[in-house]
Structures are given as C-alpha cells and as structure tokens.
Design a protein around this ligand. Sequence first.
Ligand code: GLN
Length: 307
Amino acid sequence: MNYQHILDEIYDEIQPELMRGKVADYIPALAEVKKGQFAMTLTLEDGSVYSVGESKKAFSIQSISKVFTFTLALDIYASELYKRVGVEPSGNPFNSLVQLEYENGIPRNPFINAGAIAITDSLISYYKDEDRALDVIMNFIREISANPQLSFNKTVADSEMEYGDRNLALARLMKSFGNFENDVPGSVMTYSRHCAITMNTEELSRAMLFLAFGGTDPVLGKEIVSASKAKRINAVMLTCGHYDASGEFAFYVGLPAKSGVGGGIVATVPGLMSIAVWSPGLNKYGNSHAGTLALEKFTTKTGLSIF
Ligand code: GLN
C-alpha cells in the first residue's frame, strides 16, 4: 500500500474542514493555538514513518498522556488498579462530576478526568513523591517517543491549574469517598503537568508503537507491558478513548484511539502501525474535528480498521 499517497490525498481532502470546530478555551493558554493547522503521521513496525502537514510541530498532548499513565499504573498494580478505576464507558463529558457522586467516588474509566487523576494519584503513592512520579512519566514517554528532550509547557500547566476547580473538585470528591491517597492540589498539579507535555505527531505515533504490537516496542525490541495488558489498554481506548463520542468514533473510524483537547488523536492498527493526527479545532465532545475525519478517511481508503 502506498501510504504516502494515501496521506497526501487525505491532506488535500481535509483542507476545507480545518477551520471548523473550536479550539479549547477553558484552559486559556490553549486558546492561543491557531486553527487551520493539520498533521498526520503513521509509523510502521520497523520504525519507518510517513507524514503530511506540520508533523514536526509540537502541541499539547493533554488527555493523550492518560494512555501513558494508565500503562504505567497497570504495569505496577495489575488488576488491583480496577478497585480504584473502572473500565466502562462513561457516556458523559470528560470532566463530569455527576456520575462520580452516585458511583461512590470510583471513576468509570482511566480516560475521563477523574479516572486519570486517580491514576496519577496511584503513581504518586507508588513513587512516594509528586516530582518523582512526574519524572517517571516523562522518562517513560521520552524513551518510547525517541525524544530525550521531551518536556511539558509550564504556562499551559499553570493555566490549567488556575482554572482547574473542576479537576480539584473531582479529586476532592474521590477523597471524600476514600479513593484518593495524596495531597489534592499537588496531585492535580502533577496531572496538569503531564497533560501539558508537548509532542509532535511523529513523536506521538512513535510512542504508541508498543500498543500496536502487543505491548512490545518493535524498534526498541523491548517489552513495555505484557500482551495481555496491551490488549486491555487498546480495549479501553476503543470503548472510552473519545469520552461520550467513543461509540461514534468506533462506528466511523473503527480503531482503538485516544484524543486530547490539544487537538491530537493517537490510534493503533493492531499488528501493523500506530497513527497520530493533529488539528486543533474541536467538535462539541472535545475531540479534534478534522483529526477524526482524517482517521475516518484513512480507514475507509485502506480498509485498515479492526472490524
Ligand atoms: N488537561 C485536560 C483537563 O483536565 C485534559 C482534558 C482532555 O484532553 N480531554 O481538562
């Protein structure tokens, strides 16, 4: 298959869509990102890369970071983790408080904010320190993205914290149910910092390769997580990776994937490749409008969906 040709076609076809949607503005520092930008990269088993658009331009990965923190926590706690965080789709917006109250402080899944904050809390408990936990998260992503310089944008993290009352409320609510172990503001800050990591589509696509290949990074030749855990992470991406639009995403695209409000989406084609796409205009669910369409075009043109 001529992947470059397919990406070039998608690039041309997607142009009329790039100004649609709305850039995330509830984190003020993200509101400054210009619409109209687009990048898409796919990485194959041997590490070879095909890209279109601004694939070397870094953006805020936001909720995509939750895939990496879930991976680390699942590796440490295995099925014990599910006592604190479930694996069911929420059918609610990513920052909703309602369900958390009537489900006794146990978040539905690791990809809604409450679930991801609980996961970050579990990593802080394990590493006994916020900074150490953040270092472990960053070093993990540095290794699998092949970018040792990778860092987070402090302005974005501080901006999220300044307007982070809802995330703080989610953490406090979990604490009131006994499902939180560490200092609430410090843990939410650590969460905001890993959400504020900046990466481009080449790095993100590279970093997801282990999930496309049963938990083993084929370029590093290293098992990152067991095949069984990789299966579960992919399953949760498929069912929960796009919040209350996860069903629609599975319906139109048909790949395990995770979005972030920075406009990025990562996806895996199991056994074949990982894909990252970026376009900052978001649909009403907080997922990249053009990014979703580009992935839909990709699976339609190539027939590469899991269904
Ligand atoms: N950091 C963002 C938040 O907590 C992540 C949300 C997202 O990307 N959907 O609100």
